[in-house]
Design a protein around this ligand. Structure first.
Ligand code: HEM
Length: 311
């Protein structure tokens, strides 16, 4: 492909927020790679086309391939930085790895369309994969996490979303793709709601009702935004594009955390800073009120990469 032309990205990677989402995690059946490869191209193209067809309902989605499953599907080429999930554990804070071969993320402002497409996609993949996990996400109030705090405020905006989320020229074969990390967090909401609002705000580093960022000097070192707001060695902000949404039922509920980025390094450093802390005893106190049940690492290639393997 002409170097000046950016391959087409899968549109769900950088899309704006939606009302509903479906998370489908699959493992591949052994020995079906030759059929699965073209089929994944078909699924990615189908999702891409539906983005136009259901534009009124802001439909979007993407297909991502697991770090562990990558080599059996695409033996000859691998994204330069694709690694298994950076599992961590420290005291009562756990960030376990639970890898899947395939992640299909679908989002839409109409739940019926989403349900229909999810069924359709599963039918296309029938006989090639086994569905391991399915969750459905929803917009809660005005884009709040179930803790009651607005989530996503400091996400990259406009064209910066592409810059943060998509691989550029440094990995030629994978331009337009994205490193994806997913963690299913189950909140302990009864414990959280017993906290006074001021203590909750100190844990996040923003006010609850009005979503105002604390002044720098007032941000506790143990607040979430202090722990994840990182700079690299050149003093540049390390950014990720978060596509998280609340999920669940009364029995188990929390945040499906989804990060997309041009590098896996930023997510890894942030997670380390939350779980391990700053080396001076300051970990992210949000972790005392939520538990990561899963942790999975994927790469979502450009649509054009996936279509190369069609029959
Ligand atoms: C910011 C919630 C997990 C990275 C925020 C904010 C909230 C929040 C309420 C402030 C508003 C905003 O800018 O979006 C949560 C919850 C989590 C969670 C409830 C899980 C239970 C994570 C994880 C990471 C992460 C695992 C990365 C490893 C970030 C980043 C920001 C942020 C980069 C923006 C910080 C800034 O620049 O101010 N999160 N988060 N979050 N979160 Fe999380």
């Amino acid at each position: 492909m002409d170097k000046t032309i950016m391959p087409r990205e899968q549109l769900g990677i950088c899309a704006e927020g939606n009302l509903h989402s479906i998370y489908l995690m699959f493992n591949a059946i052994d020995g079906v790679e030759a059929q699965l490869r073209p089929c994944l191209g078909n699924v990615a193209q189908y999702i891409y086309e539906l983005t136009d067809l259901y534009a009124d309902s802001a439909f979007n989605g993407f297909v991502a391939v697991g770090a562990n499953g990558w080599d059996s599907l695409y033996a000859d080429v691998r994204p330069a930085l694709l690694q298994p999930f950076p599992a961590l554990a420290e005291a009562n804070r756990d960030a376990p790895a639970l890898e899947y071969d395939l992640f299909i993320h679908l989002r839409c402002d109409r739940y019926d369309i989403l349900h229909l497409v999810a069924n359709e996609v599963c039918q296309m993949l029938e006989g090639l994969v086994e569905l391991q996990d399915e969750e459905r996400g929803f917009r809660f109030m005005d884009n709040r996490d179930l803790t009651g705090f607005v989530d996503g405020t400091e996400n990259p905006k406009g064209r910066n979303r592409q810059q943060v989320a998509l691989v550029g020229d440094d990995d030629e074969a994978f331009r337009g793709g994205s490193y994806v990390h997913v963690q299913k967090f189950a909140h302990n909401l009864s414990k959280w709601h017993r906290l006074p609002v001021k203590s909750q705000e100190d844990i996040i580093g923003r006010t609850k009702q009005d979503n105002i960022e604390y002044a720098s000097a007032d941000k506790p070192l143990t607040s979430h935004i202090k722990r994840v707001n990182l700079k690299d060695e050149q003093g540049q902000s390390m950014e990720i594009l978060r596509q998280s949404m609340p999920y669940g039922s009364v029995k188990e509920q929390g945040l499906m955390f989804v990060s997309t980025c041009h590098t896996p390094v930023n997510f890894t450093k942030m997670l380390e800073s939350m779980v391990k802390g700053d080396g001076h005893g300051h970990h992210d106190h949000l972790m005392d009120y939520t538990r990561a049940l899963t942790g999975s690492s994927f790469f979502a290639p450009s649509l054009d990469f996936m279509l190369k393997f069609q029959d």
